[in-house]
Ligand binder design. Structure first.
Ligand code: OFO
Length: 166
């Protein structure tokens, strides 16, 4: 079934937000590398790649269900941060916002009697639970570490290794 125009436009808007999250995490990764924190930088680089994947899943779904795809323009990401804690708090706030948007999309698909889109979105519902939990834990660790950011670097190596599950 083809999503109606309202659902399709809302999916494209969400695709744009996922691309925005991709760029935001890339900017965070760059800032962290400049700060001499390669493991955290790598972690945010991997998060950026995941967000790109999330955007592309929607891109594919909209095309597979009849298109057309409308790719929204993006504001530039925030590129500098007061501290690592501020950066991770911003990442958590972003994930919480994305969760609200996904929930709204699920409700919209339900209102528009679009079970295919509702089923498609379930993957995002589950993914957001994991991403909010990941950022919540990282923020706790950063707060606990205080000035000892090498402790956070070690945590990332153990908990979120390159090539492992996010
Ligand atoms: Fe796209 O997964 Fe979080 O934001």
């Amino acid at each position: 079934m083809t999503p109606d125009d309202a659902v399709r436009m809302a999916l494209c808007t969400q695709m744009g937000r996922e691309f925005a999250a991709h760029f935001q995490y890339l900017a965070m990764s760059a800032w962290l590398e400049d700060e001499g924190l390669p493991e955290l930088s790598g972690f945010f680089g991997r998060q950026a790649a995941e967000e790109h994947g999330h955007a592309m899943k929607i891109f594919r779904y909209v095309l597979d269900t009849g298109g057309p795809v409308a790719i929204p323009g993006q504001d530039a990401p925030v590129a500098s941060f007061e501290s690592v804690e501020a950066l991770v708090a911003a990442a958590l706030a972003q994930e919480e916002q994305v969760t609200r948007w996904i929930d709204e999309l699920v409700h919209l698909a339900r209102e528009h009697r679009d079970p295919a889109t509702e089923a498609f979105l379930q993957w995002y519902v589950t993914e957001q639970v994991e991403e909010v939990a990941t950022m919540t834990e990282l923020l706790q660790v950063v707060r606990r570490a205080g000035e000892s950011l090498l402790f956070v670097e070690d945590y990332v190596v153990r908990r979120h290794p390159a090539g492992g599950e996010a």
